[in-house]
Design a protein around this ligand. Structure first.
Ligand code: APR
Length: 257
């Protein structure tokens, strides 16, 4: 009788071996990432233990609230998104995906994350489904300005035209950027494999993307220390490890095929 550690370790080894076969055998691989891929870079996830929504009011990220109470909303937004995102680095999970893109193995990263870490790791084909923190957008003239630290010294930040500046990422109740939406769903329709890393799979329409791959006959490899909404419904393999370790081991397993 194998002890629990051994059987868990064997299950992970088996999952990595099966995942490596799927990745190595794919002709159109995409990745779909959530907050968990950036957890080892020091950015807290939204849900689960220590999640952001356990400490902050999600309603402050609703467009209606932001229009009514911009000063209160901006105080929350600055604390959540502009305190740590300006000082964190990509981790090995981001870096392996960037290497796979450079080697022609990975076609696209669709990310729900707004931290810009996939681009900072070197990925060029990135669909930022929820936008990014990089710029602020004027709600009056539509002008875009870089989210430089000084700009947030007084809240709410104002455009030169006097209009209210909003973060360049998608609020609850706001539409998905059209180019990211189109890029993501057309790639999902062509993908024969999708790597899902670090997402609860609870927020739509983003969570439809791995489902679209599965519906079109593609295979889904999931990396997450915990099961998600994807696990029973769409994942062919679940590697129950943190993203950085999982991607290091998966890269080695793929290289060995
Ligand atoms: N490696 C991989 N996965 C991890 C790690 C890790 N080190 N740590 C946590 N996770 C997993 C958790 O188990 C969870 O399934 O990452 C997932 C994080 O889930 P959420 O916090 O719900 O993040 P996400 O799915 O990206 O949220 C989607 O919700 O609030 C909105 O717009 C926001 O883009 C976000 C969307």
């Amino acid at each position: 009788m194998r002890d629990a550690d051994t059987s868990a370790g064997t299950a992970v080894d088996d999952a990595i071996a099966r995942a490596a076969e799927l990745v190595a055998g794919s002709s159109y691989l995409i990745a779909f990432t959530g907050a968990g891929v950036s957890a080892e870079s020091g950015i807290p996830t939204f849900r689960g233990q220590g999640g952001i929504w356990g400490s902050y009011d999600e309603s402050h990220l609703e467009l209606g609230f932001f229009r009514r109470e911009p000063a209160i909303a901006w105080k929350t937004i600055k604390q959540i998104f502009y305190t740590f995102t300006l000082s964190v680095e990509p981790n090995d999970a981001h870096r392996v995906l960037a290497r796979w893109e450079a080697a022609g193995r990975l076609r696209l990263v669709v990310t729900q994350n707004i931290d810009g870490l996939h681009r900072r790791a070197g990925s060029r084909n990135v669909a930022e489904f929820h936008g990014s923190c990089d710029e602020l957008v004027c709600m009056r003239c539509g002008g875009r300005v870089p989210a430089a630290a000084g700009l947030l010294d007084s809240l709410p930040p104002r455009c030169e035209c006097g209009g209210l500046l909003k973060p360049g990422f998608v609020f609850f109740g706001e539409g998905i950027p059209a180019d990211a939406y189109e890029t993501a769903f057309s790639a999902a329709a062509m993908a024969d494999a999708c790597l899902v890393i670090g997402s609860t799979g609870t927020v739509y329409p983003a969570a439809s993307i791995p489902r679209a791959v599965k519906r079109a006959g593609g295979r889904v490899v999931e990396i997450n220390p915990e099961p998600s909404e994807f696990t029973d419904e769409v994942s062919d393999v679940l590697i129950r490890l943190p993203a950085a370790e999982a991607m290091r081991r998966l890269e080695a397993a793929v290289d060995a095929i």
